[in-house]
Design a protein around this ligand. Structure first.
Ligand SMILES: [Zn+2]
Length: 259
């Protein structure tokens, strides 16, 4: 399968998820959905840059990892292992990697400089799932080469994982209202809006918690689960700072910071 087809398949899955949850959160929302066009344009603008450049930068990086860096597969993943074990093991490994990468984005100042742009969003909905600076997307793709190379992850698996990651990100950023029992049940297995909204709470203690992307178990396992519960009118964003214009957000990683 060509890189172009692979990107299209991932895009189609993410597109279906996005449209479904974008409509759902406007019909059945948890918090009051603001009519904030400038915010939508900011999130859309950041996404457009990533969308336009991904086929030329991000997809070839994934291809390079899967096709060129095939190191020796670990023993347990050798041909003898049942396909389902390899499949689940790879997804778990990539999800666990994504958890630690996200944690690093919060703890390493140079990485936070990129990730902060995602957190400056002052509301959360499906569009927030696409609000990432192109530098962060490229850095994440480059760093993901490490587990891809170490585990010799086939390109198809990388795409399945990325499609899964994108779909879950759309879901856990969304403002859709779910029946309480369903959300509580789901949150024991996967990251739900009730978990991820706390991560976007404009309170440093909460922002530095709930890092998991797909499975919620990583925060409980590695001691980063927030004890806070989501409150629908909680302030979203970064404590002490405000959102910026699209141009400023684009330039933010390059701008000199006040000490
Ligand atoms: Zn974060």
């Amino acid at each position: 399968m060509s890189l172009e087809n692979i990107s299209m398949a991932k895009l189609a899955i993410a597109g279906v998820f996005f449209v479904t949850f974008f409509v759902a959160e406007r019909l059945v929302n948890a918090a009051n959905q603001p009519k904030d066009l400038p915010r939508l344009l900011r999130n859309g603008g950041l996404w457009l840059v990533v969308f336009a450049l991904s086929p030329f930068i991000v997809a070839p990086i994934a291809g390079l990892g899967a096709n060129e860096l095939l190191w020796r597969r670990p023993e347990w993943m050798n041909e003898g292992a049942p396909a389902i074990v390899v499949f689940i093991g790879t997804l778990l490994a990539l999800d666990c990697w994504t958890y630690w990468l996200h944690r690093a984005y919060h703890k390493v100042p140079l990485m936070w400089r990129l990730h902060e742009i995602h957190h400056r969003d002052e509301f959360l909905d499906t569009t927030s799932a696409f609000r990432f600076h192109i530098f962060e997307v490229v850095l994440s793709a480059l760093l993901r080469l490490i587990p891809i190379a170490l585990l010799a992850v086939p390109l198809q698996m990388v795409i399945i994982f990325e499609a899964l990651l994108l779909s879950t990100a759309i879901f856990h950023h969304s403002n859709v209202r779910l029946p309480k029992g369903l959300e509580t049940g789901l949150s024991r297995i996967i990251v739900t809006p009730s978990i991820h909204w706390v991560h976007h709470h404009a309170r440093k203690q909460d922002t530095d918690s709930n890092y998991a992307a797909i499975l919620s178990v990583w925060d409980r396992l590695f001691g980063s689960a927030s004890p806070s519960a989501r409150i629908l009118d909680m302030k979203i964003g970064v404590e002490g700072v405000e959102d910026q214009s699209l141009l400023r957000l684009m330039l933010m990683p390059l701008m000199r910071r006040r000490p």
